[in-house]
Ligand binder design. Sequence first.
Ligand code: HEM
Length: 200
Amino acid sequence: MRVLIWIGALLPLAYAALRFSVAFHPHWLHDVLVFLEGYIHLILTRTPTDPLKFLSDLVGNSALWMLALTLLVTPLRSYIGVNLLKYRRLLGLFAFFYALIHALLFVGVDQQFDLFGVQHEVITKPFIAFGMGAFVILLLMALTSSKKLYAKFRSWHKLVYIAVVLIAIHYLMSHKTVTLTHVAVVGTLISLLALRLVKR
Ligand code: HEM
């Protein structure tokens, strides 16, 4: 199971690596992929028009869905008796891992570590402040997730509720228009929180 989680969680990175290698080595890899399957060709050979946005969106969405999976662990146990508690920390750490890459791409690559630039972006695009708030909470949770520290800082992990609300706002506000898909994604996150809150 642990191996499956590792493989599944690293798929977005493998996908990004494959897609960029297709862009930089069009001949051999492109030919192999076309030979392999038509649909892989479709997904992988369109070079992202904005590679930074492509990567940032990919890892941002991966962080969101890894967090959703982490939140699913408790309801799975209380509603249908499937106990995956021992994998919850790994899933949560992957959520943090992707959020870290997402944040670093923004601060390090997009803003080139220019803190005034970051400040300007936060002021002009408030959704970034919501993302940062959520990131700080995920960081605190990751740092206190070892067995020993979790026992001591268990109550801090309740902050995940605030983090999810901040992420939902960040996600909705980062798009110019809100579509049905966006509403469904946020609905999924909020439902997962609600399922945890309802005691059984
Ligand atoms: C320091 C913290 C963060 C910063 C600076 C940040 C920055 C950004 C920016 C600039 C965008 C818009 C990208 C674009 O131009 O389309 C964005 C979108 C997004 N962010 Fe964040 N973010 C942060 C934290 C988070 C966290 C913690 C999560 C989830 C766990 C997250 C998930 C997303 C998602 C899902 C999108 C939408 C991607 C899409 O359009 O499909 N972000 N973020």
